[in-house]
Design a binder for this molecule. Sequence first.
Ligand SMILES: *Cc1c(COP(=O)(O)O)cnc(C)c1O
Length: 390
Amino acid sequence: MLNPIMSSYGPRQLQIERGDGCYLYDEQGIQYFDGLCGIGVCNLGHNHPSVTGAIQGQALDLLHCSNLYKNSSQDNAAKSLCDFARMDNVFFANSGAEANEAALKLARLWGKKNAIEYGKVIVFERAFHGRTFATLSATGNPKVHEGFDPLLDQFYRAEYNDLDSVKALAHHQDIAAILVEPVQGEGGVHPASTEFLQGLRQLATNNNWLLMLDEVQTGNGRTGKPYAYMHYDITPDVITTAKGLGNGVPVGACMARRKAAELFTPGTHGSTYGGNPLVCSVVSEVVSELSSNHMGELFNETLPILTERVLGLTELQQVSAVRQLGFMIGIELAHAQPKFLEVAAKNGLLANMTGPTTIRLLPPLIMTIDQVNELIDKVALSIAQSAKEE
Ligand SMILES: *Cc1c(COP(=O)(O)O)cnc(C)c1O
């Protein structure tokens, strides 16, 4: 019989039924350390009590009323999110790809406002921006493009961390914006250099382009700051985010500042679900939790130890390099280890590989010091064991 779920995800080995903090449990009750957080979503861990409380409380009042009406849950979430991200206003979407679609529409409007009929957007090799037609076209990964030609032609592609490759495009008169991840996540955890992001800011300002940051994965505390751009001493015009913003409820956001904040006018964009009372009650809770003193204190304790332990992995002969910004970690293996994920699962660890030699960790931000050690011990053990299985 045909599987009633379309096969876009391929076969899946594990069946997960329950979560609690840093841990997931399969149908037999076996415990796994969630080193991936549902792909960077459950930043506050699974079943966070105040998130669960917000969902329960809001469910008693109202789940949904559409954007035909004002609602205090949406008003509160917008205000706290814009404060947290230091932006002026927000459009609520339902996913990362949708948040990026909103940003791409802003870029088109920005172009038209500046007499560019068909404004194009500079994007980067190895980038990931989503799976809708516009966002897969913006993505710099041939595997994501495969089978979906022709792509949308509104993009110029440059090399990541190579400012000269962007300058080489600047003679085009039809550029409206740059869309870039501060750390490429799906592309293998590559942080932007300070010189690169600051250089993009300068180029965007000089050429009247919008600087749009895709913080779908890097936002919401993932890199140790509210948004990753805050490591770089720059101010973007547009930020998109999703993943950690809802800690598991589906929500996306496209935020804008100043000139970019006045481009949408009534009727130019919309979403039936976008920013409904349920998800917005969670957004407010997540933002309040991430801005709390106790999270700041926890980060001060755990981040230095996490960084030290991650660097220590380079002492393993199988590891050729590590890349890290806060809780985004890429471990580069000297040789492909196709058994790594299977061995890790046997050791009670869930992780991810973005390519044959790249392990990606996106652990919960709520880890204690003991849990940081547990995570890295399991990673090191699984690397050593799976190297022997080749
Ligand atoms: C995951 C991701 C997206 C897509 O988000 P969806 O919610 O899956 O649509 C876009 N950009 C980046 C950087 C991502 O990591």
